[in-house]
Design a protein around this ligand. Structure first.
Ligand SMILES: *Cc1c(COP(=O)(O)O)cnc(C)c1O
Length: 379
């Protein structure tokens, strides 16, 4: 058993400004899901994502829920969803009573396959069975290739919900994550690039829709003195105290991305020349935030498998994880329709997400020793 401290996959990264920001928020008296820190955080998020506005919420999952609800998605509708994602993307579809249809990944990006998506939309247009929306995940900090499907979605009247939970600060074709769909969800969960310990936001350009989301997230309370409600709402607003934490974290976003990118480069050096180990591919126009460094291991070429690598890391107290288990393989969604699926299946069977925190000498020496040992023991 290892006596050294555990190394986590993506631990919360505190950089010094957080405690003061929290104390300021407490001192302001706005210890509630409303206040100046929340307003400021929303303004900063809109700026960071190149959008007109943001609504701070209790989670990224809540953001996806309200994005779909305000897209008019409801019972009887189909919603296409990236199959290679975290379950929240698909659960939000269930919350509004709709049916998810899963779409496979592209080998070239691991994000949703644009050709597969557009071909299926064309086919469904001919048969009058278009989905109401598509939830597209910006995977592991890399934006999907929206330019290859979003224009066609718009022509067909299919709403594009960008699940940018993992991608804050990433870009595609020079445009920031959060600005690539019709509306987007962000997450500030503890393992994400910035955290509010738990939280999320919707960002977008449709001010009227953002106001409606803010209203729905506040129990759909009418703007009168007494408590007046004309429809069902939700208690989804982000705390003002946590927004202060978010602002302090967001201020260092560029450094965080630079550090995670350096970690990825460091792994590339470790695995350089090892046949059968491939990194998540990055299309030419993509500028990921490198939230997690992800690889696939072809055991027959590398001489060790993804499972071998994860076991060796685990034995040394170092956390790594398989890649997302595709939604169409989840027992929860057995019987759901899937378009393609083989690419995501293969990524799940061969993939590893490596511990991706900024480099720390002590930690990274330990990771290097394990990786070097696994490579040396191969073949
Ligand atoms: C983290 C995550 C979410 C959910 O965010 P929470 O804030 O944890 O609710 C949604 N989608 C993806 C792809 C995620 O990684």
């Amino acid at each position: 058993m290892s006596v050294e401290p555990p190394i986590h996959l993506s631990p919360p990264d505190l950089r010094g400004g957080e405690a003061e920001a929290l104390l300021d928020a407490l001192g302001s008296g706005w210890v509630a899901p409303v206040g100046p820190q929340l307003d400021a955080f929303e303004t900063e998020l809109a700026a960071a994502t190149g959008t007109c506005g943001a609504v701070g919420l209790t989670s990224g999952t809540a953001a996806l829920h309200l994005a779909l609800l305000t897209a008019g998605v409801g019972a009887g509708d189909h919603v296409f969803v990236s199959t290679f994602t975290f379950v929240a993307s698909a659960n939000a579809v269930l919350y509004v009573g709709a049916t998810p249809v899963f779409v496979d990944s592209d080998e070239a990006s691991w994000c949703i396959d644009p050709d597969l998506l557009v071909d299926e939309l064309e086919r469904r247009q001919r048969t009058g069975t278009l989905p109401r929306a598509v939830v597209v995940t910006d995977l592991y900090g890399q934006c999907a290739e929206y330019g290859r499907f979003a224009p066609r979605c718009r022509e067909l009247g299919v709403e594009v919900v960008e699940d940018a939970a993992e991608a804050l600060g990433a870009r595609s074709g020079g445009r920031p994550a959060g600005s690539l769909g019709d509306i987007a969800a962000l997450s500030f969960n503890g393992n994400k690039l910035i955290t509010t310990s738990g939280g999320g936001a919707v960002v977008g350009d449709d001010e009227e829709r953002l106001s409606r989301i803010r209203y729905l997230a506040t129990q759909a309370r009418q703007p009168v003195a007494h408590y007046e409600h004309t429809e069902m709402g939700f208690n989804y607003r982000l705390s003002n105290v946590l927004a202060a934490l978010g602002s302090a974290q967001l201020a260092t976003l560029a450094d965080r991305i630079a550090d995670r990118t350096a970690t990825r480069v460091w792994y590339a050096e470790r695995f350089a020349g090892v046949d059968g180990v491939d990194f998540m591919p990055e299309p030419a126009a993509s500028s990921p935030n490198h939230w997690l460094t992800c690889i696939t291991v072809d055991g027959s070429r590398a001489g060790f498998s993804a499972t071998d690598l994860m076991a060796a890391l685990g034995a040394a107290g170092i956390e790594s994880r398989p890649l997302w288990k595709p939604m169409h393989l989840q027992p929860q969604f057995s019987g759901s329709a899937v378009i393609g699926g083989g690419v995501a299946d293969r990524l799940f069977s061969m993939g590893v997400a490596l511990p991706s925190a900024p480099r720390q000498d002590g930690f990274h020496d330990r990771i290097a020793a394990v990786i070097d040992g696994v490579i040396a023991g191969a073949g």
